[in-house]
Design a protein around this ligand. Structure first.
Ligand SMILES: [Zn+2]
Length: 53
């Protein structure tokens, strides 16, 4: 089954959080290293169906 990893992360320097499909995401604000708080996998097929709807 094809799955994608969606990393949930937090940047302590900027006090912002975000989600990224990258395995090693970086902060969209400062571009620095972030702390990944969760790394759930989502079915790629479900994601595709979502965007197609
Ligand atoms: Zn940051």
């Amino acid at each position: 089954m094809n799955v994608q990893v969606m990393a949930h992360w937090f940047c302590g320097a900027c006090d912002v959080e975000g989600r990224d499909h990258a395995t090693e995401p970086s902060c969209w604000n400062c571009g620095g290293t972030v702390t990944v708080t969760a790394r759930p996998t989502v079915p790629a097929e479900a994601a595709a169906a979502d965007s197609a709807a």
